[in-house]
Design a protein around this ligand. Structure first.
Ligand code: SAM
Length: 255
């Protein structure tokens, strides 16, 4: 089973909209605000069950196209976005998208660090943007997450990414229950854990599960991200940590 099919299991299981997703989306797309999406033509690159597409549409996007390479995810995203007539969800690989100069804003959240050819994917997204269009990408950061490549990666790479996904879902309880208790008792204590302390158990369980299933999960340093985004048809590239201090947000404009 490929990583995208494994993610498909995740989005099929966790297909409900959680009230925390709005705050989470704002955190991942900082410093963009609701107004930045209003009346815009938007692309959500690799949308999963559509939880991120939902907010720009709610805030008045003119049109939104979301795509994913997993059929179950596409089906769930269609259900999530069914109330919006100006939303289109399509089955496509990020390596095969062929839109040109079509979108005012393109975002991709939690995707690029899972890809075998992240540069090619980024090139395709940039091509899909109009000149001066906005690109917003969120990826895992090495900074602040050093313990994950050290302790979680060997388990993910050698064991859990190879096990049947339903078994990994069950094994995730052995991490999610202690983690849930920890963040509830200590109210965080800080950074992303603080934000996590506001999540319900299932949200935390899905985050643990999400960490254990993919074949590829890169935790990039700021200089890795600078290298990845160099040589693309972009200007005004800003690389920042989100307010919760986890991940890199790359915000740029197409030249
Ligand atoms: C961690 S999930 C993030 C989904 C969504 N952006 C979110 O934040 O909820 C990564 C997504 O990338 C998708 N994906 C992986 N490889 C892809 C590819 N080659 N083309 C399109 N989507 C892909 C997976 O199917 C999965 O839905």
């Amino acid at each position: 089973m490929s990583s995208s099919e494994r993610f498909g299991y995740e989005w099929d299981t966790y297909s409900f909209m959680d009230e925390n997703y709005e705050k989470q989306f704002k955190n991942w797309t900082f410093p963009l605000s609701e107004n930045d999406f209003k009346n815009k033509v938007i692309l959500d690159a690799s949308c999963g069950m559509g939880r991120n597409s939902y907010w720009p549409l709610k805030w008045g996007a003119k049109e939104l196209v979301a795509f994913d390479v997993d059929e179950r995810s596409v089906k769930r995203a269609k259900e999530t976005l069914k109330e919006f007539k100006n939303a289109d969800v399509v089955y496509k690989s990020i390596y095969d998208i062929d839109w040109k100069d079509r979108f005012d804003t393109a975002f991709s959240i939690g995707v690029i660090h899972h890809l075998k050819d992240p540069k090619k994917a980024l090139q395709n997204i940039v091509t899909a943007l109009k000149t001066d269009g906005t690109l917003l990408v969120w990826v895992y950061s090495y900074e602040g997450n050093e313990w994950i490549p050290k302790y979680v990666d060997p388990v993910r790479k050698n064991i859990t990414s190879k096990l049947p996904v339903s078994i990994v879902h069950f094994l995730s309880y052995f991490c999610s229950i202690p983690l849930w208790l920890f963040v509830k008792i200590f109210r965080g204590p800080s950074g992303y854990l603080k934000q996590m302390s506001t999540f319900d158990f299932w949200h935390i369980h899905s985050i643990v599960f999400d960490q254990l299933i993919p074949d590829v999960a890169n935790y990039w340093s700021k200089s890795d991200v600078e290298k990845l985004f160099s040589g693309l048809n972009l200007k005004e590239i800003v690389i920042k940590m989100p307010p919760n201090g986890s991940g890199w947000i790359i915000n740029a404009k197409k030249k």
